[in-house]
Design a protein around this ligand. Structure first.
Ligand code: GTP
Ligand code: MG
Length: 138
């Protein structure tokens, strides 16, 4: 059974959307096996998004992620990585399908409400970045 890392981003926690977003995951058959609300430091956000460090939006992205609390979580299910990305919708909400989290809730390509791992290797790394094995309760 597959696991993926999800982050409910500051634009969504600020608007009190954690429960509505979690309902989308659960309706799609994803199980929340770990979850915590944290306030990332800028250094922690920069480390998490290191792969994007040369992109023009890196500063904006990391400052946004460190601006207000986030909810980090581990989602479990059959094909959880792809399923989560389906439920999230396209990065830019203007391109997201109806019924997806980003279509319903995202404000812009930057403030797009959720993060989801994109492959098994990154999922494993991202889960380990935030959680110890003891915190994953399947
Ligand atoms: P994640 O699940 O967050 O990784 O989204 P993604 O895989 O759909 O997008 P990608 O990895 O390409 O970009 C990572 C994040 O950077 C996005 O979710 C956005 O929050 C942000 N981002 C991407 N493009 C832009 C942009 O043009 N401007 C800004 N401000 N942020 C961007
Ligand atoms: Mg990505």
């Amino acid at each position: 059974i597959e696991r993926t890392l999800s982050i409910i981003k500051p634009d969504a926690t600020r608007r009190n959307l954690t429960g509505k977003i979690n309902a989308k995951f659960e309706e799609a058959g994803l199980r929340i096996v770990a979850q915590k609300r944290i306030f990332l430091s800028l250094a922690q956000a920069q480390k998490f998004y290191e792969v994007h460090k040369d992109r023009p939006f890196f500063g904006e992205l990391t400052e946004f992620m460190a601006s207000e609390p986030v909810v980090v979580q581990v989602l479990e299910g059959e094909g959880a990585i792809a399923k989560n990305r389906e439920v999230m919708g396209a990065t830019n909400p203007a391109n997201a399908e109806d019924g997806t989290i980003r279509k319903e809730f995202a404000l812009s390509v930057g403030e797009n409400s959720v993060h989801g791992s994109d492959a098994p290797e990154t999922a494993a790394e991202e889960i380990a970045y935030f959680f110890s094995g003891l915190e994953l309760v399947g």
